[in-house]
Design a protein around this ligand. Sequence first.
Ligand code: ATP
Ligand code: LTN
Length: 338
Amino acid sequence: MKKRAFSGIQPSGVPTVGNYFGALKNWVSMQNDYDCVFSVVNLHAITQRFDADVLRERTRYLYALLLAIGLDPRRSLLFVQSQVPQHCELTWVLNCYTMQGELSRMTQFKEKSLKRPENVNVGLFDYPVLQAADILLYDSDVVPVGQDQKQHVEISRDIAERFNGLYGDVFVVPEPVIPPIGGKVLSLLDPARKMDKSDPLPGAYLSMADDADTVMKKCKRAVTDSEASVRYDPAAKPGVSNLLSLYAMCTGQTPQEAERDFEGQGYGVLKPAVAEAVNAVLGPVQARIRAYTDDPAQLDALMEDGAARAEAMAAKTLARVWQAVGLTGRPAKGGASC
Ligand code: ATP
Ligand code: LTN
């Protein structure tokens, strides 16, 4: 039996190459070795304010993007979180087994509260519990994520262990899996921070939807340093090292091999080369996304099928939880409640 892998991505903007190399590309390769479940987590996205039509559109676009990068609905289960009601139901129960103190230690909550103090809603605080529900509903063994999400997978483990300690082995206890390179792609304008799709400055990130000219412009404006040599040294030269590792990820090299490609060259050669390497990856993906978004009926059918399969799995886990806690369930089709 293959192990189960689960992960999610928010439709909070168009994914960046950081999301792609840090998470999505890894999902594609995991399809060979794991029984994979992946979700467009739009319930998480509403912890931020969005225009309703924009959110709906981004959700569909992201689902199309997952297909376009090579996630195969015959091998992986792909679904939209809001189409599976068990995520909200399990979140409530898990809320009652999660301590306020542990959620207030979450780095993402602290960072996002500082970044947008005008909207520190309870959903933002509770975000990791919804994430734990996502993971635990599918009996997930491993959770492929970028470095920044390790803490959320760890709290999911803690919640699962606490619950199991009280009720027996109701949940599979998950583990995070972080890719060795690409785990943290940095902002092009501030290499002290990660590349973020909701960054207010579009120049800080390379979106998967950026056209070739935009990628070129953004790469040319990327922050480097006042030295002229192209060296891979993340501590001393974060901007240049970030560009080198982007180039390496696009061309399938190690950053050290990429460094050798630029021996004796300056940033004026490095930057356009990075842009070209990124464009060679993005061009074909963008064409495949268009093919899916141009056929809304096919996309609807795939989403519907994914949701039905996900719900069948989630309902089984939820029934175990209801049973363990002593909650009266919805009457089953035959009339009895679980
Ligand atoms: P937001 O800015 O809306 O919070 P995000 O860009 O952090 O979003 P998510 O949708 O939260 O992206 O993350 C999807 C996946 O991409 C997660 O596994 C996350 O760890 C990974 N990821 C996000 N940004 C990066 C990055 N710069 N480098 C590597 N991985 C990343
Ligand atoms: N919180 C994650 C997205 C996410 C997720 C998940 C990742 C929601 N549910 C379950 C892994 C497993 C993020 O911000 N990247």
